[in-house]
Design a protein around this ligand. Structure first.
Ligand SMILES: Nc1ncnc2c1ncn2[C@@H]1O[C@H](COP(=O)(O)OP(=O)(O)OP(=O)(O)O)[C@@H](O)[C@H]1O
Length: 378
């Protein structure tokens, strides 16, 4: 059977009437770029934020219509409040660094996710600084505080959770559409890496990113969670900004390495969250100093301390310094995070302290927003 094409999808969607029963959603310019991977179809439909709830039947109708196309195994459709460049010519968001003109960020569409107490993003201004490793160990550190914790891998360009938590297979669904999160080390986990084959090229563009993220956030049976850690895609482009706007974040943690260059990038990261009014819970300096695996001696080869100074200068909490250590790398890459393999070791202790600070800072912010006294987690 021939694989379904974008044209097949758009043709079928022309049968779906617009929000007010007039015309169809394709000709009204409401359908985003369509992405097809492995017979799975992803797209979003732009609707006014205020009508999102009321238009759920429209979303369901579009999804059902696409599922009837031969060769389509599933469809993920999300409603977004993203504005189109024009009403009739849908134009996806320019990917970061594409050289295409930047659009105004989408309006904030935030509503809480039922059952989840707080959603905290882990972000970095650039790739490869250990953001995902930090996210996993932070999540496990929070679990060590007795909290119910989930991890959402929103790094749609390069999902890491299947590898870092050694999870294979596909999530099950309930009622044909709600995904059941995978589980590892007592964490509930969802990642685009569970849904799309590793070889599938990740040509996600702005609206697709949001559509997949919305699905992974809101159409997953998370159950009751105290906190959901979101591993953001690295960088501060349009996709990241839109995510920061669309996810109801209680706060963000920025990961940086001590080198000057990445501190510039980290600064871009916290500016991005500031722009969208997300509280900064603090900065982690990763690969901060080198610990010799043979003799255990410590070497400040990277100008350790830069992130702490920067955090003080900017007035955001410094959460801690994680050394560059072979155990962290090997355990991470083997899918057995160091916090689990050596829970009484020095690295687990550092991540535990970081988790405690993150949680305390979150609780303090929550209380001060309410005008009450801060409760500190001892
Ligand atoms: N403190 C550390 N000590 C040693 N190795 C580390 C440390 N932190 C991360 N690493 C290693 O660095 C590599 C990159 O880490 P990770 O994937 O967590 O980074 P990232 O910022 O999420 O990257 P990406 O931008 O690609 O998503 C991995 O091999 C990881 O094991």
């Amino acid at each position: 059977m021939a694989a379904p094409s974008k044209e097949d999808v758009l043709d079928r969607l022309k049968q779906v009437p617009g929000p007010d029963g007039q015309g169809n959603i394709v000709e009204l310019g409401l359908v985003s770029d369509v992405f097809i991977a492995d017979g799975k179809v992803f797209f979003s439909i732009s609707v006014p934020a205020a009508r999102a709830k009321e238009l759920e039947p429209l979303r369901a109708a579009a999804e059902d219509a696409v599922k009837t196309i031969p060769g389509v195994s599933s469809a993920m459709v999300a409603l977004t409040a993203e504005k189109k460049a024009s009403a009739t010519a849908p134009a996806p968001s320019a990917p970061a660094g594409s050289g295409e003109p930047r659009r105004e960020p989408a309006p904030r569409v935030k509503s809480e996710v039922e059952g989840i107490g707080a959603i905290i993003a882990v972000a970095s201004g650039k790739g490869g600084v250990g953001k995902s490793t930090t996210a996993v160990n932070l999540a496990l550190g929070l679990k060590g505080l007795g909290l119910k914790v989930g991890v959402l891998d929103a790094d749609i360009y390069g999902p890491s959770m299947p590898r870092l938590l050694h999870i294979g297979g596909r999530p099950k669904t309930v009622n044909g559409r709600t995904l059941v999160p995978m589980e590892a080390y007592g964490l509930k986990v969802m990642s685009i890496g569970f849904l799309v084959d590793e070889e599938t090229p990740m040509i996600w563009r702005g609206p697709m990113v949001i559509s997949a993220l919305t699905q992974m956030l809101r159409e997953v049976a998370w159950g009751e969670l105290d906190v959901l850690i979101v591993d953001m895609p690295p960088g501060t482009g349009d996709a990241q900004l839109t995510m920061a706007q669309q996810v109801p974040l209680a706060g963000a943690v920025i990961v940086s390495t001590p080198q000057d260059l990445s501190l510039i990038d980290a600064r871009k990261g916290w500016n991005m969250f500031k722009k969208v009014d997300v509280p900064l819970l603090g900065l982690v300096e990763n690969m901060s100093y080198f610990v010799c695996p043979d003799c255990g001696s410590t070497h400040d080869i990277f100008g350790h301390g830069g992130a702490q100074k920067e955090a003080e200068k900017i007035g955001i909490p410094f959460l801690g310094a994680v050394p560059l250590h072979i155990d962290i790398r090997e355990m991470s890459d083997a899918g057995t995070p160091v916090t689990v393999t050596a829970p009484d070791g020095p690295h687990a202790k550092i991540y535990g302290e970081i988790a405690e600070k993150v949680w305390n800072n979150h609780l303090a912010r929550k209380e001060s927003a309410r005008g009450g006294p801060a409760i500190v987690f001892e």
